[in-house]
Write a protein that binds this ligand. Sequence first.
Ligand code: PLP
Length: 399
Amino acid sequence: MSYLTHIENAAGKHLDSGTTHSAPPTDRLRARYDLERIRREVTVETIARGPASLWRYAPLLPVARPEDAVSLNEGWTPLLQTPRLARALGMKQLMVKDEGRNPSGTFKDRGASVAVSRYVELGVKTVSHNSSGNAGGSWSLYAARAGITCVNLLPTDAQPASRQHCRASGQPTFLLENWHDGGRLIAEACEKNGWLNICTLREPYRLEGKKTMGLEIAEQLGWRMPDAIVYPMGGGLGAIAIFKAFEELLQLGWIKGKLPRLYITQYEGCAPLVKAWDEGRNECTPWGKIDIPPGGLKSPNPPGGPAVLELIRKHGGGAVTATADEALAAVDEMAREEGLFPCPESATILVGLRKAIAKGWIKTDEEVVLISTGSAVKSIPTLEASRFPTVTASTEMRI
Ligand SMILES: Cc1ncc(COP(=O)(O)O)c(C=O)c1O
């Protein structure tokens, strides 16, 4: 069962959770639960007995019949200790939440599974969004599993793996050259065709899915908080979701004390949040020319900008950029040192952590969680080519 009571907007108005809502991100549509009742009826022990997927948190999710969820067993990804990376950074320890383990290779599966499950319950037949690629691929697979339609708008440079997810699952997909127009095109197409607009932070349920990252971090640490989280931000949904989880856990009394500081990383070629943070502003100004590798973080006007800036101000933290070369070198460093294989946009977290330590923002004895949002299996064409010699005899195999 779900303890969902209503959807709340920025003005504090309660909206009916039995119907769909899609509004500008400034409306801040958020799912609210009967936390008092959860506190009485659910315990951390009940959660621990749940499935090894994000559905262990069903009481804190909006889906009325979790037993019928549209699931590919997403979530419950490992929080890995990375001692060699920690040593390289002069840290006592360092943890990486490896979201590349999700079914389509990124954390987008969390939002897709929970939101698609809820929309099936609400009778939605067609959803639509613009996505730099990973969400498009993920939603396509979950829509196919649910028997609904997801109309995708991807940039022309979207990674082949994401395009293949869309193609193979038979979901209608379109490419757009000028990415700044993406949100407007979707809004118009949804209005004309009656599709549900599920773009970042326009509806409340993707956030609920991504919230489970925060729930998992708390549970995997024994229901306590780290000192800092480092998150590679595009639209900002994931960071906002992680902190919504922490706030709910505080209200439930399942965690206590101070929430972690939030550090954001973005590519230097599209860094509206970092710029706003550096300039001390409360909102982002739209980024001009986008110059980043294909994949996530292509969000020139992040819908979650103001909310993420608020989180950094409230809990402490900061924002830094990584160049594409730094990110690619960090992919290799994470693979070489720890056997991890993050996509370049995720690897910006390691670059960001190093810079945050150099600036004195993060101390080397602090407990830090890096959110590695996706796998480099989704980014092969962007990585340095492997040039291995072809051999014909074992004598040629010298190392
Ligand atoms: C791999 C990856 N990491 C991070 C992000 C950023 O996510 P969010 O929009 O939640 O900030 C995206 C999406 O653009 C992504 O695909």
